[in-house]
Design a protein around this ligand. Structure first.
Ligand SMILES: C[S@@+](CC[C@H](N)C(=O)[O-])C[C@H]1O[C@@H](n2cnc3c(N)ncnc32)[C@H](O)[C@@H]1O
Length: 252
């Protein structure tokens, strides 16, 4: 199963799974403040169910979202405020929104890490540059790889999340293997949904995530033609430090 198929399969759980986590995450506020700073129009790549984009649209800023998963976009369209957002089903490596140009293009919650190869990453960055208005900014976040974890070939299955979906309890178990040659984590997620007295409903999905090193990101963005690149260590815009959880990238 590919990453694309995984999102198709688990779109129904996405908001319930990340509802609580996202409340703790400062990423939504970061992207919303950035959108206010930059002004619209705003484009999100890998917009998913609209978790980060809908609060921006609610401020009256013109918003467009691109995602390759019809199921994630279907969840997005069901939400209040979605009618104000232009949505397109497509890949961030090849999207073409014609003459539309954006003051801010962003990709929240590690969606950029679904681009496995340098060719895909450069293709995406070229599409971003083609759609940026003069002086416009590109922002995205990836996790800061912890060396001690990256050194492990595999991690056994553990309970990662518990949440409620349509009144039923769901547990998500996650295991991972690492391909260090290609900087890829191959993740297996097993969702177990209690369905009452009968056997639990189980779905297993696989997805891959590319990990990035800090200076690799700087080189990648410069290679793609960005001239101003800033990398923060968290959504509070603090500098990258030993224990920073993320690389939060701003480029123009
Ligand atoms: C972790 S979710 C993030 C969703 C949303 N940005 C958020 O913050 O909640 C990753 C999203 O990226 C989408 N995605 C993955 N690869 C993609 C690609 N190559 N082009 C466009 N969207 C992609 C998935 O379908 C999924 O909706």
């Amino acid at each position: 199963m590919s990453t694309t198929e995984s999102y198709e399969y688990t779109a129904r759980y996405y908001d319930a799974a990340y509802g609580e986590l996202s409340a703790q995450r400062a990423d939504r506020a970061f992207y919303e403040n950035l959108a206010v700073e930059c002004g619209g129009p705003v484009l999100e790549l890998g917009c998913g169910t609209g978790r980060a984009l809908l609060p921006i649209a609610a401020r009256g800023i013109a918003c467009t979202g691109v995602d390759l998963s019809p199921a994630m976009l279907a969840q997005f369209r069901r939400k209040p405020g979605a009618a104000a957002v232009t949505l397109a089903c497509g890949r961030m490596e090849s999207f073409d929104l014609g003459a539309a140009r954006f003051r801010l293009i962003f990709s929240a919650f590690r969606a950029f890490q679904h681009l496995d190869t340098v060719e895909q990453q450069l293709a995406c960055l070229a599409r971003v540059r083609a759609h940026l208005a003069p002086g416009g900014r590109f922002a995205f976040d990836v996790f800061n790889p912890r060396l001690e974890r990256m050194a492990l070939d595999s991690e056994p299955e553990t309970l990662d999340l518990s949440f409620t979906h349509e009144g039923r309890s769901v547990k998500r178990y996650v295991s991972a293997t690492r391909d260090r040659v290609n900087q890829l984590i191959r993740i297996t997620m097993r969702y177990v949904e209690e369905t009452g007295p009968g056997p639990a409903r189980e779905s297993i999905v696989h997805l891959s995530m590319r990990w990035f090193w800090r200076f690799e990101l700087e080189h990648l963005l410069h290679r793609a033609g960005f001239t101003e690149v800033t990398i923060h260590g968290d959504f509070d815009r603090s500098p990258v430090g030993r224990t920073s959880p993320a690389f939060v990238v701003l480029a123009r």
